[in-house]
Design a protein around this ligand. Sequence first.
Ligand code: LLP
Length: 432
Amino acid sequence: MQKVLPDTASSRDGRLQLGSLDVVELAERFGTPLILLDRATFETRAKSYAAVLDPDRVFYAGKALCCVAVCQMIDALGLGLDVCSGGELETARRAGFPMERVICHGNNKSLDELDAARDLGVGRIVVDSFEEIARLEGVKATSKLLVRVTPGVEAHTHEFIQTGQEDSKFGFTLAEDIALEAIRRASRLPSAPLVGVHAHIGSQIFELAAFDLAVKALAGFLRRAKDELRFEAAELNLGGGLGIAHTKDEPVLDPAAAATSILQAVNREFTAQGLAIPAVSVEPGRSLVGPSAVTVYGVGTVKSIPGVRTYVAVDGGMSDNIRPALYGARYESFLANRMEAAATRAVTVCGKHCESGDVLIKDAELPEDVAEGDLLCIPATGAYTYSMASNYNRLARPPIVLLQEGEAIEIVARESLDHLLALDRRLDGSPL
Ligand code: LLP
């Protein structure tokens, strides 16, 4: 279990300790479900990237978990921030995040979002479509621009495939010179300088060779851009995607080793093409925040269906972690209040939503006597859980508590019933 837990995890009297704090006490204090974010793990992983790349070339992908305090932590580390909506940009602004270290993404950025990016002076915008090039001309953006290309490598988890033309709503395909045309048009924008290209080949990637292939395709493409358009990329952004272990049978990858391997690929392929070596950036999301957090639920109903299965129901579910239902994502679990109890009972951990698909872990192993009042912990839930949370069945979203040096700070409060109903109006349109 240690493998998927934050670095500061230990057990005392059978109770999970995180960041020198007792998780049972934290659950009593903050209630459940509860997301605990370990600052030390987060910073260690961020520093691992920053040991190889300049910190401001590491853009934390806010989509993994975006809130004001996380933006402040990223700022304190000197990292950059990748935002992909006006809401994420506003979060960065309210966090006082330095806008020159922000990079704006999005396959359909609105005029309002581009206006905001211009007004706030964001450092970089990643251009994603021909329409956006026209919009950028209209808004007179002055940010540095990168053109997002799809290099024909699709990587997801343990596999990657190479296709001539990627089927993606993002970026410009290298096929039929579409990306070349994007470079031509973007480089003519009068106020915003085109400085490079961007590619993001997928998420939860374990095969670093997928990045090598993407770099090779990009170097070949940039050779043509130089020959035909006299465009030379000063910057190359390779997106995010490094995989993490959610379960004990998945590998643990080292961010520094991955970044080193990417830099080596860039040196090799750009040298082979006779091109100057660009400044390399990455956009890790999951690999920074994913392993840094756990979710703690209260166990409620335990229902055994003889000869079929046992359902262990917790006080959250698909509204705070949609990943198992949406992607078939797998997680581990254990009881945070009695870690030493032997896990011998095969159960299905489900949520409390009115939906059969509300299953968090299909084949979990828990102690034989798991019962109401136990605390069930699911590790590696920092990324794409809270950020994808919903209020399905009008469940309130859990709080996020940051653990640092023996202190617990609520950085996102628990939603209350008042929050849930804040936007409701009566039939006549009047507020409640
Ligand atoms: N940069 C760009 C342009 C991206 O689209 C993404 C993720 C990242 C960086 C960060 O990728 P990461 O390092 O986190 O893998 N909801 C899915 C993951 C969607 C990823 C979307 N883009 C999940 O829960 O698995």
